[in-house]
Write a protein that binds this ligand. Structure first.
Ligand code: PLP
Length: 399
């Protein structure tokens, strides 16, 4: 708690998920230990990355792997690897891709923004984005006819950010790309399952070390050795500005190890307890429906889905989310998962809480719901104004 008062910051409660904007995740104690022990020492980075390759291979079932700055960096460098191979001349030429295959096919419904647009992570390498299909519908034949002799890679995104229906499933996506000799890169930044996409035949699979794994901020690249090597060698080119230090590499190794030994059942039971507490505490509140909701991409976790009927609750889902994140003095901000709030619901994610915070979350929710009941007028602002309000709140940063 000490750094909060030292820097004059306020603590926040994160029931949104593993968000970069909130400090990613609670770094696991074995990771903190591993990082603290390497920080004062020198180490040959090629050797440390060799150990990371072995740790990633064990955890993911891949031929090899390496650690980079972030999953976003891994997308850029993975794409670069497919264009340059291990040719140092080509690596230094990027992002000028003249004379190279440079088209990346990706489903339109996968063109997400995870804090920055994914298509920009592709274009950063000098590649060109070629969308496949419509936003909510794509077919294998469309992928097949989009692949040409200029195609360097096919990128597949697994995320709650993507459209969750009507698109090409990963098995068919890999089959169509491989039938045309095109490598497949899977962005699985926030997925629990470390082996599934390698087992399905993906050439590179990318994870964030700082999300559910509880590592330091870093990206994990797993895959075929030749491609992993070509991605690693980008550190002598465009990857230089995306480099990871010894602490990030050691952190990722430790995170993968602790993840494999973590008591996942106990974590699930603890989260279940939080969900039960919240559902019981919210039951009978006017205009509120609280239920558990399974993770959309199949991660083994449930969240609380809070549906809000604004007439009876006398507050909209987005105004409630904003009230929770901008509390009166003396209360902690509670940041909920509200990317779908215009549909009159938001989620409360139980995975990133310190013991006891589950009660604060419930108290704050009940306090805001009661305030709304007592207010002379319902608090239902037009949703379309919310974005402008948020942007204007940041315009004068750092003031
Ligand atoms: C978080 C995320 C990223 C970016 O990961 P970083 O490691 O934070 O750069 C990329 N893709 C998806 C699907 C994500 O959820």
């Amino acid at each position: 708690m000490d750094f909060y008062s030292r820097l004059g910051l306020r603590p926040v409660i994160n029931v949104n998920g593993t968000m970069t904007s909130l400090g990613a995740s609670i770094v696991a104690p074995p990771v903190i230990e591993a990082v603290a022990s390497i920080l004062p020492q020198f180490v040959e980075i090629d050797d440390l990355q060799r150990k990371a390759s072995a740790a990633i291979a064990r955890a993911c079932g891949s031929e090899g792997g390496y650690v980079t700055a972030s999953c976003s960096a891994a997308i850029t460098l993975g794409i670069a690897a497919t264009m340059t191979g291990d040719d140092a001349g080509l690596i230094e030429r990027l992002p000028d891709t003249s004379g190279m295959r440079n088209e990346v096919v990706i489903q339109t419904g996968h063109l997400v923004n995870y804090g920055a647009p994914i298509d920009q992570a592709i274009r950063l390498a000098g590649a060109r984005v070629v969308p496949v299909g419509a936003a909510t519908e794509a077919h294998g034949y469309q992928l097949a006819s989009t692949i040409t002799e200029r195609t360097t890679a096919a990128l597949y995104v697994v995320s709650h950010h993507t459209v969750q229906f009507g698109l090409i499933q990963v098995e068919e996506f890999i089959a169509e790309a491989h039938a045309r000799g095109v490598p497949v890169i899977v962005d699985a930044a926030s997925e629990y399952d470390l082996t599934r996409f390698i087992a399905a035949g993906a050439d590179l699979v990318l994870y964030s070390a700082h999300k559910f794994l509880g590592g330091l901020t870093a990206g994990i690249v797993a895959g075929r050795k030749t491609l992993v090597r070509a991605a690693y060698f980008q550190n002598g080119g465009i990857g230089r500005g995306m480099k990871v230090g010894k602490e990030g590499i050691a952190g990722a190794i430790a995170a993968l190890e602790q993840w494999q030994h973590r008591d996942h059942a106990a974590a699930r039971a603890r989260e279940r307890g939080y969900l039960d507490l919240w559902i019981a505490g919210l039951s009978g509140r006017p205009g509120i429906r609280a239920e558990t909701d399974a993770d959309p991409t199949g991660n083994p976790l449930d969240r609380l889905k809070l549906s809000i009927d604004p007439r009876n609750a006398r507050i909209s889902a987005w105004d409630l989310a904003d009230a929770l994140s901008h509390p009166p003095a003396g209360s902690m901000p509670v940041i909920v998962r509200d990317h779908e709030a215009e549909l009159n619901f938001f989620f409360i994610d139980p995975c990133n809480l310190h013991p006891g915070q589950e009660h604060v979350v419930l108290e704050r929710l009940l306090a805001e719901l009661e305030r709304a009941q007592r207010a002379p007028e319902p608090l239902i602002t037009p949703f379309y104004q919310r974005d402008a309000r948020r942007l204007s709140g940041r315009r004068n940063w750092p003031d």
